[in-house]
Design a protein around this ligand. Structure first.
Ligand code: FES
Ligand SMILES: [Fe+2]
Length: 365
């Protein structure tokens, strides 16, 4: 990686090279996907002992599971024999058995059996599945391949009181309603778009702007590590948006929430996963449009459908990617895009080692 390949000004838009350059992508794999936390799912996806779920962190296959003691664990999802992908879909089991030659591991990744070998053929202690850090933050599960990463509580401290006040601990997460789409754009176009509310009037004139007007969006608190923004909603409580770099954005209102998580698939493609839930019984159900959508889709006999604003976001992000073949002089971010600058500082921190500015707070209306 040359320093100049990833040099940029976080207070301006990202140069287009960030959306197409394999050098930038390689730097992100090291500094972000293999060096930082990444959101993988919600805790209910591995609710009971024995629940196993394959996930991807950057390009590393990871096996998320809940062990017999009830703890979350993240192991390599690659067999320690010849590297075969162990699980391709969710499972429920105490052990993990490779589909190739049936090497079998326990839920700590310890090798228990290697068929047709004698005691001296395979040193079991040397063939364990590597273990990674996993933490749940209010039901949202994050994995890090870097053992020296900072604790999640520290990472999200600036947004925590706002998320807690909004009832994040009362949310029922519905992992069975997660959906994944492939978008033909770099992952950063998708996550930046999910973070900022500046585009609502132009990209979502019918689907979002009438309910949550651009002019009534505001900044709450944030830094490169995490940002909370909010906005007024017609006829309901304000919404709260939490942006947790690199790959999670969640929108809460008093009745429910909706989230998007983005995962890279090379320089020109990404997977956009959506999910949600709503406030448990006993909590307020006076939510607005998002919770109405969540309840409508959850109760619909036709099953799950994605929110109507998502195709509009996909279209504008893919348009951004089509333009990223060319170069431009990156424009100044406007005050309504402060969260985008926060993300720029995140990239500068992870890719260039520049310590980000301290937490900024604004009085919400
Ligand atoms: S590759 Fe897994 S047992 Fe051989
Ligand atoms: Fe949007």
């Amino acid at each position: 990686m040359t320093a100049s390949a990833v040099t940029f000004d976080p207070e301006h838009a990202l140069p287009n090279a960030f959306y197409r350059d394999p050098v930038v992508h390689a730097a992100e794999m090291t500094g972000i996907w293999h060096g930082d936390w990444a959101f993988v799912t919600t805790e209910d996806a591995v609710a009971a002992p024995g629940d196993q779920l394959p996930v991807i962190v950057g390009d590393q296959p990871v096996l998320l599971l809940r062990n017999q003691e009830g703890e979350l664990r993240a192991l390599s999802n690659l067999c320690a024999h010849r590297g075969t992908l162990l699980l391709e879909r969710p499972a429920k089991a105490k052990r993990i058995q490779c589909p190739y030659h049936a090497w079998t591991y326990n839920d700590s990744g310890r090798l228990l059996a290697a068929p047709f070998t004698s005691k001296d053929d395979v040193d079991k202690a040397e063939h364990c599945l590597p273990e990674y850090l996993v933490e749940s933050w209010h039901g949202l599960v994050f994995v890090s391949l870097n053992p020296d990463v900072e604790p999640l509580a520290e990472r999200f401290a600036a947004v925590e009181p706002h998320a807690v006040a909004y009832g994040i601990d009362r949310m029922d997460h519905w992992s069975d309603q997660q959906e994944t789409q492939v978008w033909d754009c770099n992952w950063k176009l998708a996550i930046i778009n999910a973070m900022e509310s500046y585009h609502l009037f132009q990209v979502h004139p019918k689907t979002l702007e009438p309910y949550s007007p651009t002019r009534d969006a505001y900044y709450v608190a944030g830094s490169a590590r995490a940002t909370a923004t909010g906005g007024r909603v017609e006829g309901a409580d304000d919404y709260l948006l939490i942006s947790l770099p690199p790959n999670f954005v969640g929108a809460f209102n008093s009745g429910g929430f909706f989230w998007q998580a983005v995962h890279p698939m090379g320089t020109h493609r990404c997977a956009v996963r959506t999910g949600g839930g709503y406030v448990s019984p006993g909590g307020s159900r006076t939510g607005g449009r998002l919770s109405r959508w969540i309840r409508r889709t959850a109760s619909s006999a036709a099953g799950y459908s994605l929110p109507d604003f998502l195709p509009e976001d996909k279209a504008i992000c893919e348009r951004g990617q089509r333009g990223a073949t060319g170069d431009f002089s990156p424009g100044r971010l406007v005050p309504a895009e402060r969260v985008v600058a926060d993300f720029g500082h995140y990239l500068n921190w992870r890719l260039n080692g520049v310590e980000p500015p301290t937490v900024h707070r604004e009085a919400s209306p």
